[in-house]
Design a protein around this ligand. Structure first.
Ligand code: UDP
Ligand code: MG
Length: 196
C-alpha cells in the first residue's frame, strides 16, 4: 500500500495534486475539508456543528475529523492506498491516525509538504474564492487566520513525521505539472518498494 499524507498550508495545492495522484496511482482521496463541506451542504447536525468554526478558519475538533477518517478508511477496505489531504492537522490527530492504521496492519508511507510562500497562498485562495463558493476563501482576514492556525497548530505535525523519517518537502511555487513531475519522482520508486 501507498499511504500518503499530503501536507501544507491552506491554498498550497493539496486538493489539486491529490486529484492527479488519484488518477496516476489509483489511490483513494480522503479530504476532511471536503467531507465537512459535504456535511454543511446537506445541513446535517454535524454540518451545523462545524459551520461556525469553518467560517472563521478555526479547527474542527480532533474527535470529529478522526471519526470521519475512520469511517472512510473502513469503507475502502480494498484500496491500493490513501491520500490524506488536510488531515492530520494536529499532533493528536497524527497519533490517532497511526494507531488506527496500525490496528489494520497499515501505516503511513510518507508525508509530502507542498511549500508555497505566504503572499502567493493568499493570492491563490482569493482567486479560488471567485469560483469555489467557499466563504472562507473570500475574506483576507479569514484566510490570514487559516494560515495562522496552520503555523501554530498544524505545522508541528511535519516534525512528527520528520521524526519517523517520512517527511519530504516539495516546492509548489511553479506550475501544477512541474509539481506533479516532482511528486512522481518521489513516489514512483516508492511504488516498486511497497509492492515487494
Ligand atoms: N477543517 C478542519 N479540520 C480538517 C479539515 C478542515 O478543521 O481536518 C476546517 C478548517 O476550518 C479549515 C476548513 O475546514 O479552515 C477548510 O479546510 P480545507 O482543508 O478544505 O481547506 P484548505 O486548507 O485545503 O484550503
Ligand atoms: Mg484543500
Amino acid at each position: 500500500m501507498l499511504n500518503i499524507v499530503l501536507f501544507g498550508p491552506p491554498g498550497a495545492g493539496k486538493g489539486t495534486q491529490a486529484v492527479k495522484l488519484v488518477e496516476n496511482y489509483n489511490l483513494v482521496h480522503l479530504s476532511t475539508g471536503d467531507m465537512l463541506r459535504a456535511e454543511m451542504k446537506k445541513g446535517s447536525p454535524l454540518g451545523l456543528t462545524v459551520k461556525d468554526l469553518i467560517d472563521k478558519g478555526e479547527l474542527v475538533s480532533d474527535e470529529i475529523v478522526i471519526e470521519l477518517i475512520r469511517e472512510n478508511v473502513n469503507n475502502n477496505k480494498n484500496a491500493a492506498g490513501f491520500i490524506f489531504d488536510g488531515f492530520p492537522r494536529t499532533i493528536a490527530q497524527a497519533k490517532s491516525l497511526d494507531a488506527m492504521l496500525e490496528k489494520e496492519s497499515m501505516n503511513i508511507s510518507l508525508m509530502i509538504t507542498l511549500e508555497v510562500e505566504e503572499q502567493e497562498l493568499i493570492k491563490r485562495i482569493l482567486t479560488r474564492g471567485e469560483t469555489s463558493g467557499r466563504t472562507d476563501d473570500l475574506d483576507t482576514g479569514i484566510i490570514k487566520n487559516r494560515i495562522k492556525v496552520y503555523n501554530e497548530q498544524t505545522s508541528p505535525v511535519a516534525d512528527y513525521y520528520k521524526r519517523q523519517n517520512k517527511h519530504i518537502p516539495v516546492d509548489n511555487m511553479g506550475t501544477i505539472d512541474e509539481t506533479f513531475d516532482c511528486l512522481k519522482k518521489v513516489l514512483d520508486p516508492k511504488i516498486v518498494t511497497e509492492q515487494n
